[in-house]
Design a protein around this ligand. Structure first.
Ligand code: ARG
Length: 460
């Protein structure tokens, strides 16, 4: 295929170099954005009397037909083309003749590609936000059903204090709500049109960049043409936000994997989100959660690739930047896939309240409450802490629990112990007493659930 820029060359590009240079096999994803950007550009060129109304109409009609034909599959991409921008422009000229050659007035591929990625990623970001919202709904539903489900809370993966399962789930909801905030924030910053920056220095034509920006739903225009074509901060920001979303999904996955092991058995994943083994007939494996945990590495890799591509690039456009797309597409597609599988997996998992409660009964997780009992009767916390440590030691040695130790035995450690200590260390009571703001009591959980519901369905 003859290159559009072939004029100043005396030899064709080497075939392998041509393939190496081409990006159409991945930037073809942006055909809609490219066409919509070109339509807005053609409209503006006519508004500014740079092209005639007849030319504008022919260009727009041609572009709309190209979009329709790509949508329907009747126009396949030509993978010999250099990129999606060249492909569409060449196709337009093939269809409408020389008028098509007027479209690229007051524009360069440098601002065109910068525009297309912003448009494409704005849609991707919005889709990811709605997928996170679906996950939040799944978390909310499980939390509503488990407001009073007691399980051990852990630190160092050692049983620590009794908590409600809803409280644990709400912790994830907080992370995912912040993730949405971060993505929205990045979108806000990137929602400026770079089109009209041209190759790097702007143009001699009297264009109206703001008109193009308005047509494409941007909040405004980028103010420096060099920055307009060479900024990929928005990719880094979005990929960082996606990487963090994956971090949260990965931590959640790790817990789901642990919880569904025979050692825990806190949850049972629905058959539709688990797999079997080719050799061990008894196996039910949490592959989806493991894959989400594994794919987190890819999304981190995409972020690091993007940062590394930018590091050391002189201004303005450099071909290195063509590498941005595979990284950012992979990042957003991976996050989307993970979120869409994770939400129904959480929604459909069965919570084994009995197993959670049984685990809470072992491990002396009410020891802090026993110490607080003595403190409330006047002991300094450090002395109470020491006494309870000794009591736990005795229980371990004699295979007893804090609940089964008799009052006379307690009194050997401290005479302040009375019959009411047993109510004080009752697991449900221990969780229910944690009424401090943000604690695990049902009242605090209700506040959290209201906050999540307001975030999801409120008048925001
Ligand atoms: N395919 C190129 C990219 O993705 C488009 C911009 C090309 N610009 C240029 N000056 N060669 O970055």
């Amino acid at each position: 295929m003859d290159k559009m820029w072939a004029g100043r060359f005396s030899k064709a590009l080497d075939k392998e170099a041509d393939d190496f240079n081409s990006s159409i096999h991945f930037d073809c994803k942006m055909y809609k954005q490219d066409i919509h950007g070109s339509i807005a550009h053609a409209e503006m060129l006519a508004e500014c009397n740079i092209i005639s109304m007849d030319d504008r109409n022919a260009i727009i009609k041609g572009l709309m037909e190209i979009e329709r034909d790509i949508d329907s599959g009747s126009l396949p991409f030509d993978f010999d083309a250099e990129d999606i921008h060249m492909f569409i422009e060449a196709e337009l000229t093939k269809r409408i003749g020389d008028v098509g050659k007027r479209l690229h007035t007051a524009r360069s591929r440098n601002d065109q590609v910068a525009l297309d990625i912003r448009l494409y990623m704005r849609d991707e970001a919005n889709e990811i936000i709605s997928l996170i919202r679906k996950l939040l709904c799944a978390i909310l539903n499980q939390a509503e059903k488990n407001k009073e489900t007691i399980l051990p809370g852990y630190t160092h993966l050692q049983r620590a204090q009794p908590i409600m399962f809803a409280h644990h789930l709400c912790a994830y909801a907080m992370m995912f709500m912040r993730d949405i905030g971060r993505i929205e924030d990045a979108v806000k910053r990137m929602n400026l049109s770079p089109l009209g920056s041209c190759a790097l220095a702007g143009t001699t034509y009297e264009t109206d960049r703001k008109s193009v920006a308005r047509k494409l739903g941007f909040d405004g225009i980028t103010l420096n043409s060099i920055d307009g074509v060479s900024d990929r901060d928005f990719c880094v920001e979005l990929m960082s936000a996606f990487a963090l979303t994956m971090t949260h999904l990965s931590r959640f996955s790790e817990e789901v994997i642990l919880w569904s092991s025979w050692e825990f058995k806190f949850v049972e994943l629905d058959d539709s989100y688990t797999t079997g083994s080719s050799i061990m007939p008894q196996k039910k494996n949490p592959d989806m959660a493991e894959l989400v945990r594994g794919k987190t590495g890819r999304v981190y890799g995409d972020l690091v690739a993007m940062l590394t591509i930018l590091k050391g690039l002189p201004l303005a456009y450099n071909k290195d930047m063509q590498e941005d797309k595979e990284a950012i597409f992979d990042s957003s597609e991976t996050v989307k896939k993970c979120l869409s599988i994770f939400a129904p997996m959480i929604e459909t998992m069965t919570v084994r309240k009995d197993k959670m409660y049984a685990a809470a009964g072992e491990g002396f997780i009410n020891a802090t409450d026993l110490a607080d009992y003595l403190v409330k009767k006047g002991q300094p916390f450090r002395s109470a802490y020491k006494t309870v440590g000794q009591i736990v030691g005795k229980c371990i040695a004699e295979k007893k629990t804090l609940e089964t130790l008799s009052l006379p035995e307690y009194k050997e450690f401290d005479n302040l112990f009375e019959e009411d200590l047993y109510a004080e260390i009752d697991l449900r009571n221990c969780a229910e007493k944690r009424i401090s703001a943000g604690g695990t009591s049902v009242a605090s959980i209700e506040v959290q659930l209201d906050y999540i519901k307001d975030f999801l369905y409120g008048s925001k």
